[in-house]
Design a protein around this ligand. Structure first.
Ligand SMILES: C[S@@+](CC[C@H](N)C(=O)[O-])C[C@H]1O[C@@H](n2cnc3c(N)ncnc32)[C@H](O)[C@@H]1O
Length: 311
């Protein structure tokens, strides 16, 4: 049964007008001035698909020289987040109820100092690829609003989404620094090694060599110890976390090379799963229904074949 939506969410949100930015498009190009007037800080960190805001609220406690702008299109998430912000008396976290795909209409080039994509909705179907926050077109839009040399951090429980995203980051001219904690289950090792083909490894190394970077370089805030709501929830279900830090590289030569690099690339995230789904130890968030249906379908086919053989 579907959970009933609480009533009057819109009216309830009105009580938090000081925390919700209701006219974000009108602030395009003026964010730093606006934020400075609000809370006298200079850095702006963006959390896309913030959910109930736990990540930014936790990170803000240790970073009072930074403003966190959190975007989610779900009114209920924003409502839960602003309630917590008020209860905790935090004054450097603000919320926008909007579609993250419209980001270029809200922020101008170079206005953002750091960006986080924590457990973005995977949108596994091929026909929904354009809705995936980590697809190439969206990443290119993020690269524009990020300040030069600034970082984008991405975390997920889903190896299929991670591998897909990795190819998209590299092919959209980002240098990536993968977390040393990423650890692939055996069933994904072949796929992961194909994607970390020699060429792509060379490209990643080339980026690092050029910039003397390490995984958490240039970050405004160190979020390595800050956990998101989904991170905690999914880890309890047995998830391992895969993360990377990406930095836009405006070296045109590298972009040219990268455009031909990574293979294989699949539009559908289901194509990154192992062929024998029974070998999956953990089903990534957003894929439960598909995996269950396929397992049932395979079991039915197997028993049908068995019956035919017996007859
Ligand atoms: C899986 S939750 C992750 C929440 C949070 N980042 C965390 O790690 O706990 C994904 C969130 O992204 C939001 N979301 C998905 N697509 C979005 C989009 N295009 N624009 C804004 N929010 C989006 C959903 O409403 C949801 O709250």
């Amino acid at each position: 049964m579907r959970a009933r939506k609480p009533k009057n969410v819109k009216q309830k949100l009105e009580a938090y007008n000081d925390l919700i930015i209701s006219n974000p498009k009108s602030l395009k190009g003026k964010w730093h001035k606006y934020i400075y007037e609000l809370c006298q800080v200079k850095n702006i960190v963006l959390d896309l698909g913030c959910g109930k805001g736990n990540f930014a609220l936790e990170a803000s406690k240790h970073n009072n020289d930074t403003a966190f702008i959190c975007i989610d299109y779900e009114a209920l998430c924003i409502l839960a987040a602003v309630k917590k912000t008020r209860d905790l008396n935090i004054n450097n976290v603000f919320f926008i109820q909007a579609n993250s795909l419209d980001i270029s209409e809200i922020f101008d080039d170079g206005e953002i100092d750091q960006m986080h994509l924590n457990f973005p909705t995977p949108q596994p179907k091929a026909r929904h690829e354009n809705l995936r926050l980590v697809n190439k077109e969206n990443l290119i839009n993020y690269s524009k609003i990020l300040k030069n040399n600034s970082c984008l951090y991405f975390k997920t429980d889903s190896i299929p989404l991670y591998l897909y995203a990795k190819s998209q980051f590299i092919n959209s001219c980002f240098c990536i620094y993968e977390s040393p904690n990423n650890c692939y289950d055996d069933v994904f090792k072949t796929m992961a090694s194909k994607i970390s083909s020699k060429n792509s490894k060379d490209a990643i190394l080339e980026c690092s060599k050029n910039s003397n970077d390490s995984y958490f370089l240039n970050n405004i805030i160190d979020t390595s110890e800050v956990f998101t709501e989904y991170e905690i929830k999914l880890q309890k279900k047995g998830a391992k976390i895969y993360s990377l830090c990406a930095r836009f590289n405006n070296n045109a030569n590298i972009q040219k090379d990268h455009s031909k690099l990574l293979s294989p690339y699949f539009a559908s995230l289901y194509d990154y799963l192992p062929s024998d789904l029974k070998t999956l130890k953990y089903v990534p968030y957003g894929m439960d229904e598909y995996v269950e249906n396929m397992l049932n379908k395979n079991a039915k086919n197997q028993s049908k074949n068995q019956q035919q053989q017996e007859n």
